[in-house]
Design a protein around this ligand. Structure first.
Ligand code: 13P
Length: 250
């Protein structure tokens, strides 16, 4: 059975003091048994403190990125073993900001996915079309290509550690959300192609999150769709009250 999941991607926001303050609010306001599995993804500098702070809670901690190499001369990069050594077992890969602003290609992402899976980490794999592709009605094609090139090389067994996140780029940070129907349509398509590539069980078991301007006032409607299993939240994850309202939107 697939899980409901809400993950907060804090992006490049919050210094140490701000991180600890947000964590304090999250900890005090989170209900004992939330409706969803909850993740937060702070910046690298705050990962260790965040993990330590959330240790006794059900909230999991994810990194926002990782390098594919084991170690070596990669100035400025962070490896899987470094993340694991501080307790972080989950990594977001393929976010559209990494693709667009830092030139991450499908090929690089495929290597990162391989490394994460080899290290038994959970991967939150992001994909989604830009506005131009949506307008040209190429979104299915784009999504299929990103999945085929970035993640469909892993074994069937690896899918127990994979969470997919559909984030149409035109809906990220813009206030413009995909309609629940638009999200459902792509999610159902993604589940179909996972089923064709692997098998029906794998397709039914994978959680597919929607990301892009999810807020407390639209989360319920989006999460109610059959193939939407939760959300990857940017802006609204920076306020505990909003994030927790989204967590409780199932
Ligand atoms: P917003 O929720 O700010 O649109 O960001 C979505 C996102 O990019 C999460 O990874």
């Amino acid at each position: 059975m697939r899980k409901n999941i809400v993950a907060g991607n804090w992006k490049m926001n919050n210094d140490l003091a701000e991180t600890m303050e947000l964590l304090g609010h999250l900890k005090s306001q989170l209900v004992k048994e939330p409706d969803a599995e909850v993740y937060v993804a702070p910046s690298f500098t705050n990962l260790y403190n965040t993990f330590q702070c959330l240790k006794e809670t059900p909230v999991k901690v994810a990194a926002q990125n990782m390098h594919y190499a084991k170690n070596g001369a990669y100035t400025g990069e962070v490896s899987a073993s470094m993340l694991k050594s501080i307790g972080v077992e989950t990594v977001i890969l393929g976010h559209s900001e990494r693709r667009a602003l830092f030139n991450e290609t499908d090929e690089m992402l495929a290597k990162k996915v391989t490394t994460a899976i080899e290290n038994e980490m959970t991967v939150i794999f992001c994909f989604g079309e830009v506005l131009k592709d949506r307008k040209a009605e190429k979104h299915f094609e784009v999504v299929k290509e990103q999945l085929e090139n970035g993640i469909f090389h892993v074994s069937k067994a690896a899918w127990k550690n994979i969470i997919l996140a559909y984030e149409p780029v035109w809906a990220i940070g813009t206030g413009e959300t995909a309609s629940p129907e638009q999200a459902q349509e792509v999610h159902a398509y993604v589940r179909k192609i996972v089923g064709e590539k692997y098998d029906e069980q794998t397709a039914q078991d994978v959680s597919i999150l929607y990301g892009g301007s999810v807020k407390p006032d639209n989360a319920k409607e989006i999460f109610a769709k059959k193939d939407v299993d939760g959300g990857l939240i940017g802006g609204a994850a920076l306020k505990a009250i909003d994030f927790l309202a989204i967590v409780n939107s199932f």
